[in-house]
Ligand binder design. Structure first.
Ligand code: ADP
Ligand code: MG
Length: 495
């Protein structure tokens, strides 16, 4: 990419005419709260329903309808706040953010503004060069809008209100991110924490996680913030990264040309890979915020918060520490294993099922190697794994106790894919047990040496490379079932 000076580790710098710039990024992530019903009405939030089938009179903003706060959504927001190690505010206020748009029937969005439910917190990123802490400014609750549909009717824009009123958590970061790689790590970590907590499913394809990306640049070493542009509603990490790279380079070019950056709202055109101006940045007063008179300030007691605290499960950072301590996996392996809650669950189930004589190295390698490859290939999640943790543990134990070789295990693994078959049954039915009987192996090796007498002599005369040839022949003759260690020992003795 033109303009990158160094991209060692996670750093992203841009060089122009002897000036070195760094990128400053802050994200406003909109995370859909996992909840069966909406923030202020009892309509369903199920994804993929027919348009306008999940709309109550409240969501459609019929006159006289009153919002009623959904306690479960409040709980979910507090849970998330605790997961972000943030301060939970006993009192927060819902405001009306006024603007006109066809998919916003109320004419305003109910959103917390001055007094959010969650205050400052932080998130730890595991970067290749070490850990990095990113500040959280706040988390507030708000309603989602409906959806304008432009590509169904040739002459009209249609509106689907199913999403209208769905609860969102807006999680605002401090401007602490410095590169596309850090943004990637940050989004993944937020997603991971919320999936552990069950507060947002993190499904970006379904729009459960979207972000506004704020980007500015400054001379590296400077501590002042440059003027930012906000890129609206980007719904994939890849696009966020592309948008940041484009936008940062655009801003550097402007500055180098002696021009000023306009603080504005831009959108990212994924087809052209560029950001375009949408409008100049609106100020808070443009929205005429005021407390929603239909809603009382939201008050939560310490007891309520403590109750939620007591229900918080083990989160990724703690799980990582425990995996390192308890299972002696490396920090790198632990990071991979805990990154997704379902992977962590699967791993722990394999460990449990392996029993006393467990082999962590094998477990990690089989999960992150063979199993991940299959999931990738089939484009499925580990929760839909075609091989259960129980049967993978069995396979690993068969290797560990010498019943099968690692090589045969790969064959068996392939066969197991066809309906999560018990590896023990495959071993028995196909006769794949490792041959570890020295007598049988000796006979087999005698025959090979006999059949290849010249090579045996060459070996004795010093052509040591031929040892591999004999091992190969022995493995082949046994149909891959010979115990490789025994083969080595016997060959050494006999040659
Ligand atoms: P607004 O609603 O006006 O966008 P918010 O406070 O909700 O304001 O969000 C501002 C976001 O922009 C935060 O994520 C913050 O970290 C980020 N931000 C603020 N200043 C800068 C800057 N100079 N460069 C990059 N990001 C910034
Ligand atoms: Mg913003």
């Amino acid at each position: 990419m033109d303009g990158i000076m160094s991209k060692k580790n996670s750093e992203y710098l841009i060089e122009r005419n002897d000036n070195i710039y760094e990128v400053v990024i802050g994200l406003e992530v909109h995370a859909q709260v996992t909840s069966n019903s909406k923030l202020f009405s009892s309509s369903s939030t199920k994804f993929g329903a027919e348009p306008n089938t999940q709309v109550s009179l409240v969501d459609a903003a019929f006159p006289g309808m009153l919002p009623v706060i959904n306690e479960y959504c409040v709980k979910q927001a507090i849970k998330t706040g605790i997961g972000l190690k943030a301060k939970i505010n006993n009192k927060s206020v819902f405001d009306r953010k006024n603007y006109f748009y066809a998919d916003l029937p109320q004419g305003y969005q109910i959103s917390q503004y001055k007094y959010p439910i969650v205050g400052e917190g932080n998130v730890i990123l595991d970067m290749p060069e070490g850990q990095k802490q990113v500040g959280i400014e706040r988390l507030h609750l708000e309603q989602d809008a409906g959806k304008s549909i432009h590509d169904v009717d040739p002459s009209n824009t249609l509106v689907d209100l199913n999403r209208s009123g769905v609860a969102l958590m807006e999680i605002v970061s401090k401007p602490d991110l410095r590169s596309p790689d850090e943004v990637n790590a940050y989004i993944k970590k937020l997603r991971s924490i919320m999936r552990y907590l069950g507060t947002c499913d993190g499904n970006m394809q379904e729009g459960s996680l979207r972000a506004d990306v704020n980007v500015s640049v400054r001379i590296k070493g400077s501590t002042d913030l440059g003027t930012r542009c906000e890129i609206k509603n980007v719904n994939s990490i890849k696009f966020m990264q592309m948008a940041i790279i484009y936008e940062a380079n655009r801003q550097v070019d402007l500055i180098e040309d002696g021009e000023e950056i306009d603080q504005e709202t831009r959108l990212f055109d994924t087809k052209k890979n560029e950001t375009r101006s949408m409008r100049s940045k609106e100020d808070a007063h443009d929205y005429r915020y005021f407390p929603d008179p239909d809603l009382l300030p939201l008050e939560v007691t310490d007891e309520f918060i403590d109750q939620i605290k007591s229900e918080i499960p083990e989160l990724p950072d703690d799980k990582k520490k425990r995996f390192i301590d308890e299972f002696k996996v490396s920090p790198y392996e632990a990071t991979i294993l805990v990154s997704d809650i379902d992977t962590a669950k699967y791993f722990e189930e394999v460990v449990a099922k392996m029993g006393k004589n467990r082999d962590m190295k094998l477990a990690v390698n089989w999960i992150t190697g063979e199993l991940f490859a299959v999931l990738n290939n089939k484009n499925i999640e580990i929760a839909q794994s075609p091989i259960s943790a129980k049967n993978l543990a069995k396979l690993i134990n068969l290797i560990k106790n010498g019943t099968i070789s690692g090589k045969i295990a790969k064959t068996i693994f392939e066969l197991m894919l066809d309906g999560d078959i018990d590896p023990q049954i495959i071993v028995e039915e196909k006769g794949l047990k490792q041959e570890s009987n020295p007598k049988a192996l000796e006979a087999l090796i005698d025959k090979i040496i006999n059949d290849n007498r010249e090579k045996a002599i060459e070996y004795k005369q010093g052509k040591e490379k031929l040892f591999g040839f004999f091992v190969g022949q022995a493995m082949k003759a046994s149909g891959g079932k010979a115990n490789p260690q025994l083969i080595n020992e016997i060959l050494k003795k006999k040659l």
